[in-house]
Design a binder for this molecule. Structure first.
Ligand SMILES: [Zn+2]
Length: 361
């Protein structure tokens, strides 16, 4: 192993494996792109050829269009790219999300893309992969970020929906259209009322259903008129505050994101309720995932990379920040610059938290 000639290195176009002549999640069009997942900061448009997991092919197709050349491999199945052995392993982030394992001359790198440890109903669960060099995200790489079990969050969401229904209001729930929205849908209790979706969400719901992910029945909200009281509408954050939302009449708004952990996030987003639900690993999950790789070197990308690198070095690990263009959880403009304050104590009774005493009139 020679660190002066690494198996992958950063270039203008992204993380490049010269031996196999491919890039992982390039941010500019290239001939051969190996894609961890279909979010825009990891899957750039216009590459000549893509390799993605079989599980992720439908969602990548929605993003890249009919003409794109998309090769697939099953999780764990090795593909030879120019003499380099490449295999994809579940990352648990969104449908089809993969860690890319690259093996050449006895050295193994794993590029994890975005990942999450807690299994959910909409994608294959994260699997630790042993390697020499581990490239990890650090979107929520601060000790304050720890997630409650998702079942507790979904119970909050459903209770909120039920009380809105009783108050004669519609529930307008914002979550990123690829991944978060489908995870929210899978956690909703369809007995409470009808579920409608924004067009951007419904398009991806189709890809999820085609891929065999069970979601509750949803209807496209676009064409419907009439009474929305008691309904749930799932929409991307970009729809918030647009004329599109006016037709729903009396609504309560909610936003599901890991950033909702931070004091003031809900207010800055101008929503009635914040739900702390992230598709990224939390602090303890991050450190556990790094340990499980047994890697001799850790390269830390997008997020709190300086904090994570410092901690890993204190623990005697060889860690370095890697300056990529990945962005982590979308709509992260509520991310604090430093020392964020918690919005509530996740161990406390959620009904007693400050989020829940402030009903907007
Ligand atoms: Zn992502």
């Amino acid at each position: 192993m020679d660190d002066s000639d690494p198996l992958l290195r950063l270039t203008d176009h992204g993380l490049f494996c010269e031996a196999g002549n491919f890039r992982v999640d390039p941010w500019r069009p290239v001939d051969r792109a190996v894609i961890t997942h279909a979010h825009a900061d990891h899957a750039c448009w216009g590459c000549r050829r893509y390799l993605t997991s079989a599980e992720g092919q439908h969602v990548l197709r929605v993003r890249m269009g009919r003409e794109a050349v998309i090769d697939t491999s099953k999780f764990g199945e090795a593909v030879d790219l120019g003499g380099v052995r490449v295999s994809l392993h579940p990352a648990g982030h969104i449908l089809g999300s993969s860690q890319v394992r690259v093996e050449h001359r006895g050295e193994v790198w794993v590029i994890s893309g975005d990942y999450k440890i807690e299994p959910d109903a909409t994608c294959s669960p994260f699997e630790p992969v042993r390697c020499d060099v581990f490239v990890t995200e650090s979107t929520f790489g601060l000790p304050i970020y720890r997630w409650a079990p998702q079942a507790a969050v979904f119970a909050e969401v459903n209770a909120w929906w039920r009380s809105n229904r009783e108050a004669g209001k519609a529930s307008l729930l914002f979550g990123y259209s690829l991944g978060k929205a489908q995870r929210l849908l899978a956690g909703l209790d369809p007995e409470i009322g009808p579920i409608y979706t924004h067009g951007a969400v419904e398009k991806l719901n189709r890809a999820y259903r085609e891929s065999g992910v069970p979601l509750p029945p949803t209807q496209y909200a676009g064409l419907r008129k009439g009474d929305w009281a008691g309904a749930m509408i799932v929409a991307p954050p970009s729809a918030h505050g647009t004329p599109w939302t006016r037709k729903f009449g009396a609504t309560s708004t909610g936003f599901a994101s890991g950033w909702m952990r931070i004091r003031g996030a809900r207010r800055r987003k101008a929503v009635d309720r914040g739900f702390v639900l992230s598709d990224h690993v939390d602090w303890h999950g991050l450190l556990g995932a790094i340990d499980a790789t047994a890697a001799r070197k850790i390269l830390v990308t997008h997020g709190y990379s300086a904090v994570v690198v410092k901690l890993l070095r204190e623990r005697g690990l060889d860690a370095q920040a890697l300056a990529t263009r990945f962005e982590g959880e979308p709509d992260s403009n509520v991310a604090p610059e430093a020392e964020p304050e918690l919005d509530d104590d996740p161990d406390a009774n959620p009904d007693a938290g400050p989020l829940f005493g402030e009903e907007k009139s």
